[in-house]
Ligand binder design. Structure first.
Ligand code: NI
Length: 184
């Protein structure tokens, strides 16, 4: 059994560890990291189920990178709500190997479990990406993602490089690109 993650376990944006470049993972993975991955999935899933989120006081989120728990290792999890439930993604040492020319942005602004405030502005993201990496057993995997899911992968991979979503917003002109990119 693993402990249940709480919202307070997630690093806040003021924590400088979020600016670290996380290190590549070697296989076999440590049991501790597997446990963390399971905790992350559990948190993300529960946080998107209203009843559970209320019961455990979880902030809703669909993605989490290890560094958000203070672990500077290159792995992330995404729990994507789909019509009949959730699709869960775990990827270790992920790399974007190809991307669309088209760019999109989240119209209501991107969010992050480490950022407890509204941030206005456009974060341009590729509409489609192919991500390559490894599963927890060290097998190579390749994931094709589009729209919201593609944004989630780009957002979480940014975390592995110490980048926050608002780093992509032009402070002098936060809505730059509004007519150039597609809102989702
Ligand atoms: Ni984030």
């Amino acid at each position: 059994m693993t402990d249940m993650l709480k919202t307070k376990d997630i690093l806040d944006e003021k924590d400088k560890r979020l600016r670290l470049v996380s290190k590549e993972v070697t296989f076999p993975m440590e049991k501790e990291d597997i446990d963390h991955i399971n905790e992350m999935i559990e948190y993300l899933t529960n946080s998107q189920i209203e009843e559970e989120a209320e019961k455990y006081d979880l902030r809703p989120g669909m993605g989490m990178a290890a560094i958000q728990l203070g672990i500077p290792k290159r792995y992330l999890t995404i729990v994507h709500e789909v019509e009949d439930g959730f699709d869960t993604y775990v990827i270790v040492n992920p790399k974007i190997i190809s991307n669309s020319v088209e760019k999109i942005y989240v119209e209501e602004g991107e969010g992050c479990l480490s950022v407890n405030r509204e941030v206005d502005g456009i974060v341009p993201r590729f509409a489609r990406v192919t991500v390559e990496g490894y599963d927890t057993d060290g097998n190579q995997i390749r994931i094709r993602a589009r729209e919201e899911l593609a944004i989630a992968f780009q957002h979480e991979i940014d975390h592995l490089n110490g980048v926050m979503f608002y780093d992509h917003i032009d402070p002098k002109d936060p809505f730059k690109g509004q007519n150039e990119y597609r809102a989702i």
